[in-house]
Design a protein around this ligand. Structure first.
Ligand SMILES: *Cc1c(COP(=O)(O)O)cnc(C)c1O
Length: 452
C-alpha cells in the first residue's frame, strides 16, 4: 500500500520518466499530448507514484474519473472477480446481470423519480452522441442547441457540439450539421454583470433559439450543469430550472451532460440535483466506474423506449468488467458518503482559494461546487483579461513540486481542482501550500518560477 504522502525522489520528470518520454515520442502519435510527463506506475487514494519513485498529490483524478480514489479496494476486488468469470460477451449478443444492475442504479440515482431506462456505452462522447440520436428520433426534429464554452467530446458530432477550436477542432472539419450555439450564463464575464446574468441569459438563449432555429425544429438543448473543460462555469441560480421549464413548454428535450459533474463530484449525486432540475436525458461517464471505461444515457422511459431494438448499442458498451467496477464504485460512494466528502473538500478548497484571491489580485474569480473548484486567472482584475501564461506557469510550478494540477477554460486561464473524493485534508492542505508557493514564484518570475 502506498503511503498517503508526497515524496520528491528526483527532479520531475525524473530520469526513468524522461526515458519513457523519449520512447513515447518515438512511438505515440504527436497529437496525443501529455500535461505532466511523469510515467505513473502505481496509484492509491490521493497519491500517484511514478517510475522514479516520486509520489505526487493527485488533484486531477484523471479528469474527474477516479473519484472513489486511485486503486479503490472495492473496485479492484470487483474487477478482479469479474475478470475471472468472463470479460466480454457483447450485451447485444448474450446479456449479463452487471449491465442490468448498473442501469437499475442509474435509473434510481439520476434526478427525478419518474420511470427511466438506461443504455450503456464506452465513452462520454459516445453517450452524448446517443442522447442526440434518441432526442432526434423521438421528437422528429433535427436541431441541437449547445452553449458557448461547452465541451462534449472529440467525435465528429461532439466536436461540432464542443465550443473551443484549439486543440479540439482545429482543421478537423467539416463538422456535423444542425448544431446551434447560444451564449452561456457565465456570471463572471456576463456583460450586464453577475446580478443580471440569470435573467438576461435566459432571455438571450430563448430568443436565439426562437429566431435563429425555431422551437419546433429543436430536438434538444444540451448543457453541462457546471461546465467542465470550458472553465468550470457555474450558471447563476435559477438559470437551469428556468431553462428546463422553457424547454418543457416547447417540447424540447433537456439533456444534462453530467459526464464530468456526475457521481458525487459536486456534492450531490448529480449537479442537476442542486436546484432540483430534472432533465429528460442525462449523460454520464468519467466518475461512474472508478477508472474503467463506461458511459451511459439515462432518461424518461417513454423517450428512451421510443427507439427500435438494435438502434442503440456497440460492441463494448456496458462491458461486464466496467459494469462490475461501476457497481463497486457506486457502492463506495454510498457507503463512504462521498457526496458529503465532496462538500467538505469544497469547503476546504473554497477557503484556501478565497484566501489566495485576497492575496493575489490575479485571481479574478473563485467558483465551483463540492470537489469541482476553480480559480480564473486574469492579468488585471478590472479588465479581466485572461492570463493563460500565468496559469501555465503556476501549473508547471506545482508539477515540479509534486502536485498533479489541471488547467482548463476557453482562454486556458482557469486552474481547476478535481481531487479524488477519498483524499485526506492533510494532502489537500499540502497541495494548497504548494499551489501558493508556486503562485508566488510564478509572479516573482525568478528562479523556481516554474520555467525550466
Ligand atoms: C470529458 C467529457 C466528455 C467526453 O467524454 P470522453 O469519455 O472523453 O469521450 C463529454 N462531456 C463532458 C461534459 C466531459 O467533461
Amino acid at each position: 500500500m502506498i503511503e498517503q504522502r508526497r515524496i520528491l525522489a528526483t527532479p520531475i520528470p525524473g530520469p526513468r520518466s524522461q526515458d519513457l518520454l523519449e520512447r513515447k515520442q518515438a512511438a505515440v502519435a504527436a497529437g496525443v499530448g501529455v500535461g505532466l510527463p511523469v510515467h505513473v506506475t502505481d496509484g492509491a487514494g490521493g497519491i500517484l507514484r511514478d517510475a522514479d519513485g516520486n509520489q505526487l498529490i493527485d488533484l486531477g483524478s484523471g479528469i474527474a474519473v477516479t473519484s472513489v480514489g486511485n486503486g479503490n479496494a472495492r473496485v479492484v476486488e470487483a474487477v478482479t472477480e469479474q475478470v475471472r468469470r468472463f470479460t466480454h460477451t457483447c450485451f447485444m449478443v448474450t446479456p449479463y446481470e452487471p449491465y442490468v444492475g448498473v442501469c437499475e442504479r442509474l435509473n434510481a440515482l439520476t434526478p427525478g423519480d419518474h420511470e427511466k431506462r438506461s443504455a450503456l456505452f464506452s465513452s462520454g462522447a459516445e453517450a452524448v452522441e446517443n442522447a442526440v440520436k434518441v432526442a432526434r428520433h423521438v421528437t422528429g426534429r433535427q436541431a441541437v442547441v449547445v452553449f458557448e464554452h461547452a465541451y462534449h467530446g472529440r467525435t465528429n458530432l461532439t466536436m461540432a457540439m464542443t465550443a473551443k477550436n484549439l486543440p479540439y477542432k482545429h482543421r478537423f472539419g467539416p463538422f456535423a450539421p444542425e448544431v446551434h450555439r447560444v451564449p452561456m450564463a457565465y456570471p463572471y464575464r456576463w456583460p450586464g454583470g453577475p446580478q443580471r446574468c440569470a435573467e438576461e441569459a435566459l432571455e438571450v438563449v430563448t430568443d436565439r433559439i426562437h429566431t435563429l432555429v425555431g422551437e419546433e425544429n429543436t430536438a434538444a438543448v444540451v448543457i453541462e450543469p457546471i461546465q467542465g473543460e470550458g472553465g468550470f462555469v457555474v450558471p447563476p441560480p435559477g438559470f437551469l430550472p428556468d431553462l428546463a421549464q422553457w424547454c418543457r413548454e416547447h417540447g424540447i428535450l433537456l439533456v444534462a451532460d453530467e459526464v464530468q459533474t456526475g457521481f458525487c463530484r459536486t456534492g450531490d449525486w448529480f449537479a442537476s440535483d442542486h436546484e432540483g432540475v430534472v432533465p429528460d436525458l442525462v449523460t454520464t461517464a468519467k466518475g461512474i466506474a472508478g477508472g474503467m471505461p463506461l458511459a451511459a444515457v439515462t432518461g424518461r422511459a417513454d423517450v428512451m423506449d421510443a427507439v427500435h431494438a438494435g438502434g442503440l448499442g456497440g460492441t463494448y458498451g456496458g462491458n461486464p468488467v466496467a459494469c462490475a467496477a461501476a457497481l463497486a464504485a457506486i457502492g463506495s460512494m454510498e457507503e463512504d458518503d462521498l457526496a458529503g466528502r465532496a462538500r467538505e473538500i469544497g469547503a476546504v478548497l473554497g477557503d484556501r482559494l478565497t484566501a489566495f484571491a485576497a492575496r493575489f489580485p490575479q485571481v479574478g474569480d473563485v467558483r465551483g461546487r463540492g470537489a469541482m473548484m476553480a480559480m480564473e486567472l486574469v492579468a488585471d482584475p478590472d479588465t479581466k483579461q485572461p492570463d493563460a501564461a500565468l496559469a501555465a506557469a503556476v501549473s508547471r510550478g506545482c508539477h515540479e513540486r509534486g502536485v498533479v494540477t489541471l488547467t482548463c477554460g476557453t482562454y486556458g486561464n482557469v486552474f481547476r481542482f478535481l481531487p479524488p473524493l477519498s483524499i485526506g485534508d492533510d494532502l489537500l492542505h499540502e497541495a494548497m501550500d504548494v499551489l501558493e508557493e508556486s503562485f508566488a514564484a510564478a509572479l516573482a518570475g525568478g528562479p523556481g518560477a516554474g520555467g525550466s
